[in-house]
Write a protein that binds this ligand. Structure first.
Ligand code: SAH
Length: 274
């Protein structure tokens, strides 16, 4: 299956359209295997820079009040709900909940992350095929490190949304950029230390480190909403982050916008307008 193929963290997709010609069926996916995508597409980013260009493309944009500010509207004719969740795990979970309460049929996160794979470079792209919370520590109860007591060891994205993101990323990004499928490690820490990022890589086999993805994954599993996450690597998570980070955001914002448009276009065929 797609997921088996994509779960190899070493699976590197170059620009050639590996997925071109693949039939992508957008209905009937989701954790329960029954759920239909039949509402607006939920789009999420953490920081203003990650959502503002997407927002500028919305037609009939209207704010929606709640625990996380949402903007509803149409992106290239398709109904979407856009959330700027803010930084960190709790904010990501709140935004996921707000999106679902307002009818989102799925949630796509676009944003930046630190590189955790030693072979990855700034500008490369990681589409999450597994999510862990590197800052969870229940070892006092003999839980393995990174496991929230009572929760699974890791979460997986919706298989079809992951496939769509891989295909869209391969089209949107420059041919020199690698688009890889792999583990994303999240925690309420901005990682800027070579020893720490190496530990996260070695412990969890993570390719990217950020602050929201695995919280969205946990929330989405409780909310029974399909989700997927794509991250452009903005820094090496090794302390040079502070220098690289701001310089990178403007460029990443354009990629976020292009990705969001590509994903929405791809999904809209099977997502009835509401
Ligand atoms: N002062 C910054 C804070 C950004 S926190 C601002 O608000 O502009 C970093 C954000 O980028 C988070 O949303 C996180 O998901 C992602 N990120 C990028 N590089 C990261 C890294 N090295 N470690 C953790 N998160 C990172």
């Amino acid at each position: 299956s797609t997921l088996d193929r994509s779960s190899a963290a070493s699976d590197v997709y170059k620009r050639q359209d590996v997925l071109a010609g693949m039939e992508i069926e957008v209905t009937g996916s989701g954790p329960d295997g029954q759920r239909k995508l039949s509402g607006p597409i939920g789009l999420m980013g953490a920081m203003e820079s990650e959502v503002e260009l997407i927002q500028s493309c919305l037609v009939d944009a209207h704010p929606i009040e709640g625990p996380c500010p949402l903007v509803g509207g149409r992106l290239d004719g398709t109904d979407v709900l856009l959330a700027q969740c803010g930084v960190g795990k709790v904010n990501a979970a709140l935004a996921a909940s707000a999106l679902v309460q307002n009818g989102a049929s799925c949630i796509i996160f676009t944003g930046v992350a630190g590189a955790a794979g030693p072979d990855l470079d700034i500008g490369d792209v990681v589409v999450g095929n597994r999510f862990v919370q590197h800052d969870a520590d229940g070892t006092a109860f003999d839980d393995p490190i990174g496991v929230v007591p009572g929760e699974p060891r890791s979460w997986q994205p919706d298989e079809r949304l992951h496939t769509v993101l891989m295909g869209c990323a391969a089209r949107v990004f420059d041919a020199r950029r690698r688009v890889v499928s792999g583990t994303i490690a999240s925690g309420d820490q901005f990682i800027g230390d070579p020893a720490k990022v190496r530990w996260i890589h070695d412990t969890f086999d993570a390719l990217a480190v950020e602050m929201e993805g695995a919280a969205l994954a946990q929330a989405a599993s409780h909310l029974h909403v399909p989700f997927a996450v794509v991250r452009v690597l903005s820094d090496r998570a090794d302390g040079t982050a502070v220098i690289d980070f701001p310089a990178f955001l403007a460029q990443a914002a354009r990629h976020d916008r292009d990705l969001a448009r590509a994903v929405v276009a791809e999904l809209s065929g099977g997502v009835p307008a509401v």
